[in-house]
Design a protein around this ligand. Structure first.
Ligand SMILES: [Zn+2]
Length: 341
């Protein structure tokens, strides 16, 4: 059974796990590099494709941060956000995206938090008006930067709190970054009405996922790649309907999983877990959401209706309001109708 790339590209989609800076395409990065000469990042889109090849997760973080270094002004933030939204809408028919944004990394580089939030909000409003895509924000703690970064992220999330903010996350490396230290931050964010969506079990075992659900009260798990190693955890996530945000190509690019053949996506679905398909840092991993649907339909042996069901799951477990969910689900049904599915 194969579903055409064209069908998947045109299908209305929602993405729940995709990073703001990590969505900068070679074209956008080249534009930023041209604005700020002297960076190690090439200003030529073709050379960038080479530059985005990683030897391991640590190398990935290093490259990622060199792109972060190109973002020096609020106008860079606005440009990045607006262009990312445009490419999502025009190239992949994304109708809704929860972008994981890491304000701390820009604030640390001298952009005021208020100006940062204003820039992403300007871009969000413009993108919705011009491209019809709805953006929401998840502000995540860069785990490797520890408690000061967590304090600052919480402050920005709860005190400035841009209108599009819906969730609070935790990213970066997992090894050597104990999760319990962030429990107070998640408690405060949840008390302020934000949803908890930490990364967990991407590069470490099931214990990190247990920490995410028990201590950080995760409503969805970013990655959860090691879930299947612990039957009790599988049962817990299944029973509580806690979705996994799965990004197959990312897992292979960062060497978290050796190959598509051994990716746990199929076993997650077979075990009755709720999964969503995501692209994580698409241009850096040479992918996009459409391609992740191509991969997922192959790994799960799905037809068009099955692929649409994955897209609907993403809408249902998103933090969009009910009216928008209804609209997006109807759009997917209409698309199926047009294609005679
Ligand atoms: Zn991620």
């Amino acid at each position: 059974m194969t579903v055409s790339r064209e069908f998947l590209a045109g299908m209305p989609k929602a993405e729940l796990h995709v990073h703001h800076v990590g969505s900068a395409s070679p074209r956008i990065v080249a534009e930023l590099a041209a604005r700020h000469p002297g960076s190690p990042v090439p200003a030529d889109p073709a050379a960038l494709t080479e530059y985005f090849k990683f030897s391991d997760f640590a190398h990935f973080i290093e490259i990622y941060l060199s792109v972060v270094d190109l973002i020096k002004t609020p106008d860079d933030i606005r440009l990045l956000t607006y262009q990312v939204a445009r490419e999502m809408a025009e190239q992949q028919n994304l109708r809704y995206a929860e972008l994981t944004v890491t304000p701390h990394t820009s604030v640390k580089r001298g952009i005021a938090a208020e100006a940062f939030c204003e820039a992403i909000e300007d871009a969000r409003v413009a993108a919705e008006k011009e491209f019809g895509i709805t953006l929401r924000w998840i502000f995540d703690i860069p785990g490797e930067s520890g408690i000061p970064a967590a304090d600052e992220t919480l402050r920005i999330a709860t005190k400035i709190r841009p209108e599009g903010l819906v969730g609070f996350g935790l990213g970066g490396p997992e090894i050597g970054v104990p999760r319990p230290q962030f429990q107070p931050h998640f408690e405060a964010a949840i008390a302020a009405g934000l949803h908890s969506v930490p990364h967990a079990g991407e590069t470490t075992g099931p214990e990190t996922i247990w920490d995410a659900v028990r201590l950080l009260k995760a409503e969805r798990i970013g990655h959860g790649t090691s879930t299947m190693q612990d039957p009790a955890l599988v049962e817990y996530l299944r029973e509580h309907r806690i979705p996994l945000e799965v990004s197959p190509t990312s897992n292979i690019a960062t060497r978290a999983v050796a190959s598509y053949d051994v990716h746990p996506l199929r076993s997650m679905v077979d075990a009755g877990l709720v999964v969503t398909i995501n692209s994580d840092d698409p241009p850096m991993f040479g992918t996009d959401l459409t391609n992740e649907y191509v991969v997922a339909t192959k790994l799960l042996d799905l037809d068009e209706a099955g692929a649409a069901e994955l897209a609907k799951t993403a809408v249902r477990v998103s933090f969009a309001d009910d009216a928008l969910k209804t609209t997006l689900l109807a759009e997917i049904d209409t698309y199926l109708g047009i294609h005679g599915v």
